[in-house]
Design a protein around this ligand. Structure first.
Ligand code: SF4
Length: 354
């Protein structure tokens, strides 16, 4: 995807280790300087050149005249009184607004990042797509979400889910670059096994992703047991059928040995009946997978409402009876508009109405 950004200075965080080495060599520096600089940026998360004390002042001045460090800044932060979930509104250099969320679990801190500014997939239960797609994020802008949150929370990020605003596979090249850099041993070194990428089911990219041989978990936003229901809530279903998605999931788990997670938002009266549960079980039986039932956060602009808790439990029990591994996602930050895209939308609406 073409990224059209007017930048006065270059984007230092976007250099891989190899590219940084090339740059340093071109400027007459020794190779190990590139490793030092990479570590300042991606391991020690320096946000100012003055912190890089083992690099000469002249070198720092030279780099800072050409490159900026952070391509993002924090605009706002809302913290849940219930569970400490923190939702961040971040601004890109060209005026884009995205969201990222930090959640504390007993196994560590998990950060959910955005992969695009807006989204063009049009899922009818999602606030992130209401204003369409502005552009895909650069790898550096995905990294910066993780780094800024780790610094702000003063706590190591243990898990990453690429499940915020945007469809990651619609920004494939930058996503792969991000995954390589975030798991680089000279950087934050987050294990690929602690990273989940979520797609609404872009089948061709699912095959490509399986062939990358990464240890990353794949989550598929399924949200329906058949094509008719899926088409009524997700336009992407007009392009790819559930059969095609299942075939790609099988390919992914055969290639990687990793199970696939199916995300299933429980929308009252749409996809939450006992019949739907049985049909879903039939579809995914025998697949190395896990189902994550998500109590829908109501979105004001849409008519959809969340299924009652009792209905969600019944749905879960039916899947379990068929031997399907299933959990109900814990509602995090329900008091702070934690549903994807809601905080961003409020910010944009406020700007428009002044
Ligand atoms: S659910 Fe995901 S893919 Fe669908 S519109 Fe929202 S951000 Fe895009």
């Amino acid at each position: 995807m073409e990224i059209d950004m007017e930048e006065k200075k270059g984007d230092l965080l976007s250099f891989t280790r190899e590219e940084l080495t090339e740059y340093m060599e071109k400027t007459g520096q020794k190779k190990f300087r590139a490793v030092q600089l990479y570590e300042w940026l991606h391991k020690k998360l320096a946000s100012d050149y003055s912190e890089m004390t083992n690099l000469s002042k002249t070198l720092r001045e030279q780099i800072s005249s050409e490159y900026e460090i952070y391509p993002l800044s924090i605009l706002d932060k809302v913290v849940s009184k219930k569970d400490g979930t923190a939702k961040y509104l971040m601004a890109t250099k060209d005026g884009g607004v995205i969201e990222s969320v930090a959640m504390n679990y007993n196994y560590g801190m998990s950060v959910c990042i955005s992969s695009q500014i807006g989204c063009r997939m049009g899922c009818s239960f999602c606030a992130s797509t209401l204003a369409g797609l502005e552009r895909g994020l650069k790898a550096s802008e995905m990294l910066a979400q993780v780094y800024l949150i780790q610094k702000d929370m003063n706590k190591r990020v243990d898990n990453i889910v690429v499940m915020g605003i945007g469809e990651p596979f619609d920004n494939y090249e930058q996503l792969i670059r991000f995954l390589g850099m975030i798991s680089d041993e000279s950087g934050l070194n987050i294990s690929q096994r602690s990273i989940t990428v979520s797609t609404c089911g872009l089948v061709d990219k699912m095959y490509e992703f399986a062939d990358e041989h990464m240890g990353v978990t794949l989550a598929v936003s399924l949200h329906a047991p058949n094509d008719d229901i899926r088409k009524s809530i997700m336009p992407v279903a007009n392009k790819y059928s559930i059969d095609e998605i299942m075939k790609a999931c099988r390919y992914f788990s055969d290639k990687t040995g990793r199970r696939v997670t199916f995300e299933y938002s429980m929308i009252h009266g749409v996809n939450d009946s006992g019949e739907c549960a049985k049909e879903l079980a039939g579809r995914i039986k025998g697949l190395l997978c896990h189902v994550n039932l998500i109590p829908l956060n109501d979105v004001d602009e849409r008519d959809y409402r969340r299924s009652p808790d009792e209905g969600i439990s019944v749905f879960q029990n039916i899947l379990q009876k068929y031997g399907i591994n299933v959990t109900i996602r814990k509602g995090m930050g329900s008091d702070i508009d934690a549903a994807c895209g809601q905080l961003r939308k409020k910010y944009i609406d406020k700007k428009v109405t002044g």
